[in-house]
Design a protein around this ligand. Structure first.
Ligand code: ZN
Ligand code: ZN
Length: 167
């Protein structure tokens, strides 16, 4: 959604909306997220702060994630608060310590509009677990035959152990 930043009231502008599961596209370059199980709900509160605009928000969604170990899809509830400072004058500033922050916010601004899709996409990726695991003790895939050790039994490991015992 594009949010017009030119008519932010001096107080604040609050917007809440939801995104249907088909909003998530696999070409978002985040292959840990397979898709959405539920619609994503979010709200944004936008208010001016000097030459900057502050965007506070919250989002929640049930995601389908890919397990790092066994590569199966599992459900994960993700919720996140965020606060972002945007400069409305990204090209005006001189090269100073704030340049980096302004560079980052450029992705979110398109003319006078805030691109909420970009913020949501970034927040989802930032708030993924460090390791995506279907269960804490996921056994993963057999490194030899590739079967899913959570649901299948193979004899690779026992064969390996037998060799080990030869010594
Ligand atoms: Zn797993
Ligand atoms: Zn195996």
């Amino acid at each position: 959604m594009k949010i017009d930043l030119t008519n932010i009231p001096s107080g604040s502008k609050e917007i809440s909306f939801s995104l249907k599961p088909d909003w998530w596209k696999t070409d978002f370059n985040e292959d840990r997220i397979v898709g959405f199980e539920s619609p994503l709900s979010t709200w944004f509160k936008i208010y001016p702060a000097g030459e900057k605009i502050v965007v506070d928000g919250f989002l929640s969604v049930r995601l389908f994630l890919r397990c790092d170990r066994c590569l199966e899809t599992y459900t994960h509830y993700l919720s996140a608060d965020f606060g972002i400072y945007l400069s409305m004058f990204p090209f005006k500033g001189e090269a100073d310590v704030e340049l980096l922050e302004d560079d980052l916010s450029l992705d979110f601004i398109d003319g006078n509009f805030l691109d909420s899709d970009q913020i949501i996409k970034e927040q989802l990726i930032l708030n993924l677990p460090m390791k995506t695991l279907c269960t804490k003790d996921c056994k993963g895939l057999c490194p030899i035959c590739g079967c899913n050790l959570n649901t299948a039994m193979c004899s690779c490991q026992s064969r390996y152990e037998t060799f080990g015992n030869v010594h």
